[in-house]
Design a protein around this ligand. Structure first.
Ligand SMILES: Cc1cc2nc3c(=O)[nH]c(=O)nc-3n(C[C@H](O)[C@H](O)[C@H](O)COP(=O)(O)OP(=O)(O)OC[C@H]3O[C@@H](n4cnc5c(N)ncnc54)[C@H](O)[C@@H]3O)c2cc1C
Length: 401
């Protein structure tokens, strides 16, 4: 039988990369994921393996030591990795977003300084927009960067940094009023600062504290943290792109490719849930036959597989659109919305197929059940995706009467 979620038209190189990643996931991730997750343990060995595979530099151009691959290749790798353990895809996702923002918007000096070391996984990226009082409403950011000679002084509190502790380069979005007088539209008075730091917790450089890991219901192993800036001094050449006032657009560009990756994660987690459900349904007997032979369970499997296929197709479409150089915010928003909702539903169905055992920590589906909800939130909630989709539809289908 053909596997679900096949992708037509891949090159030999793409197929080779994907088959290498898939076998890494089967051998090195799936057997240990649930144990590590239950201990909330960082997957150090897996990360070393990803470095060897070159995954931290997958989309970084070859001139900087990366593999120069497309967003599609990247998203398909993320799908495979999330099938093994969603947290591992989270470890590379923020890194990928920061590398992408540097590639698209960085000065030549910034690209030369960071991209080669990012391609090797020596410098690892995190990005930080959210604050304790805001996530969806990025325009309400209160953290501030104020110019002082050849430096900026940053103050404020950030929230929910994926890889906040393990990263060594954080792209931090702050308000910067320099050159932007009072009353300037919020999105025109924001700047992305490239903050270098030591990995770890506590005061990781003067003026910068990473307090500790936030205790989460799922998405464990990968660290999610706060970040506190108290008189943090940043050289002026660490303004992304060299000019203030562009941070909002730079971050939105990064988040847009990030959305394709969240969709890919949803596809991967849903695939794994389907695999677990279809396998269990053929082993568990009730009323004298495997539950897979009861029509109600077959219908569930049919719905699950259809959702896996549909989400994969939309994710691939959104990635290909971006790779062709076209605007893909509509497709990325739709793919992220659909894949994360379907993922939650497929995981729920697989959980139900497991009956009482789904509630036991011995079964992998228990972990997936706690992981899927994160996809409804990260890189913009379902409501925010629908706002983006709705606005774009009204642009495309403007009433001409
Ligand atoms: C595990 C995890 C990791 C994260 N990693 C990162 C990271 O690496 N970097 C980062 O910057 N952020 C990160 N985030 C933050 C994440 O992006 C935000 O949680 C998300 O954007 C939602 O923001 P919020 O939590 O403040 O919810 P709010 O914005 O307060 O929203 C609350 C609810 O109101 C709804 N809502 C808000 N505005 C509207 C509206 N206009 N119309 C209709 N409904 C609305 C939302 O959809 C949601 O249901 C992470 C979050 C989590 C949980």
């Amino acid at each position: 039988m053909a596997r679900l979620a096949q992708t037509a038209g891949l090159t030999d190189i793409q197929q080779e990369i994907l088959s290498t990643v898939r076998s890494f996931v089967d051998k090195e991730i799936i057997p240990v994921a649930t144990q590590l997750e239950h201990r909330d343990e960082y997957p150090t060995e897996i990360v070393e393996g990803l470095k060897e595979l070159g995954l931290f530099g997958l989309m970084i151009p070859e001139e900087y030591g990366g593999l120069g691959e497309s967003l599609l290749t990247y998203a398909l790798c993320v799908e495979e990795i999330a099938r093994g353990w969603m947290s591992v895809s989270g470890i590379i996702n923020t890194h990928f977003i920061v590398a992408y923002m540097l590639k698209q918007h960085g000065t030549q000096e910034q690209k030369d300084t960071f991209l080669p070391r990012m391609a090797l996984g020596e410098v690892r990226g995190a990005f930080s927009m959210s604050e304790p009082a805001l996530g969806s409403d990025v325009s309400a950011i209160t953290s501030k960067g104020v110019r002082d000679g050849e430096e900026y002084v940053l103050n404020g509190q950030k929230m929910w940094l994926t890889n906040g502790g393990t990263s060594s380069l954080v792209a931090v979005l702050c308000r910067s009023d320099e050159g932007h007088p009072e009353g300037t539209a919020p999105h025109k008075s924001m700047t992305t600062f490239l903050v270098e730091k030591e990995p770890g917790f506590g005061e990781v450089r003067p003026g910068l504290t990473i307090p500790g890991k936030i205790d989460k219901m799922g998405y464990k192993g990968v660290d999610t943290t706060e970040l506190i800036m108290d008189g943090l001094r940043i050289p002026a050449n660490r303004v992304l792109g060299g000019t203030t006032g562009r941070g909002f657009y730079q971050m939105m560009d990064g988040v847009e490719v990030g959305r394709v990756n969240v969709a890919a994660r949803g596809c991967g987690v849903a695939q794994r849930a389907f695999e677990l459900g279809v396998s269990y349904a053929q082993q568990r007997q009730t009323f004298g036959k495997p539950i897979a032979q009861h029509q109600a369970i077959q219908f569930k499997l049919a719905e699950m597989a259809t959702k896996v296929e549909a989400a994969h197709a939309m994710m691939v479409n959104a990635a290909r659109k971006k790779d062709s150089g076209e605007r893909n915010d509509l497709e990325a928003g739709m793919a992220k919305y659909l894949a994360s909702e379907y993922c939650k539903e497929v995981v729920e169905d697989a959980f139900r197929i497991h009956g009482g055992y789904g509630f036991s920590k011995e079964y992998e589906i228990e972990r997936l059940y706690r992981e899927a909800p994160m996809l409804l939130i990260g890189e913009g909630t379902a409501e925010i995706q629908k706002m983006i989709i709705g606005r774009r539809l009204l642009e495309e289908y403007r009433f001409q009467g």
